[in-house]
Design a protein around this ligand. Structure first.
Ligand code: AMP
Ligand code: ZN
Length: 114
């Protein structure tokens, strides 16, 4: 998936403002933040979207969620509150076809989304 922009970030072929990286995941600031804190967290191994994610390793999904929870603490939004978004597919508004979690925080947000 060398043409995938997030794979290229995960492979250090494209620059990004990396917040955290381990064997499985990478977190980096969104290029076009919509909130004061807007970080994307991705599994390094390519998967198009949540809809395509394998059932083979459900613990991976758990580790991703815990990673995001810990990052919210590091980024200082855990107490004030934050929102996680996983846009999935066309109607979900997904524009980059590599599974990613948006970690949004730093200001009050409205509901429902547009
Ligand atoms: P989505 O619409 O959920 O697929 O979100 C894709 C997100 O990726 C958008 O918020 C973009 O601003 C962000 N994005 C696209 N390219 C890059 C990049 N090279 N580095 C960081 N963020 C990016
Ligand atoms: Zn990818």
């Amino acid at each position: 998936m060398l043409e995938c922009v997030f794979c290229r970030i995960a492979g250090h072929e494209l620059p990004a403002r990396v917040v955290d990286e381990d064997r499985e995941f990478m977190a980096f600031h969104d290029l076009h933040p919509v909130t004061p804190v807007h970080v994307l967290v991705i599994p390094k191994k390519h998967v198009d979207s949540l809809a395509q994610w394998s059932r083979a390793d459900p613990a991976l999904a758990g580790r991703l969620l815990i990673k995001v929870r810990d990052l919210a603490v590091e980024l200082g939004v855990s107490e004030s509150g934050y929102r996680l978004v996983i846009n999935t597919g066309y109607e979900g508004g997904q524009t980059v076809s590599h599974l990613h979690v948006h970690l949004l925080g730093g200001r009050p947000m409205q509901w429902p989304p547009g």
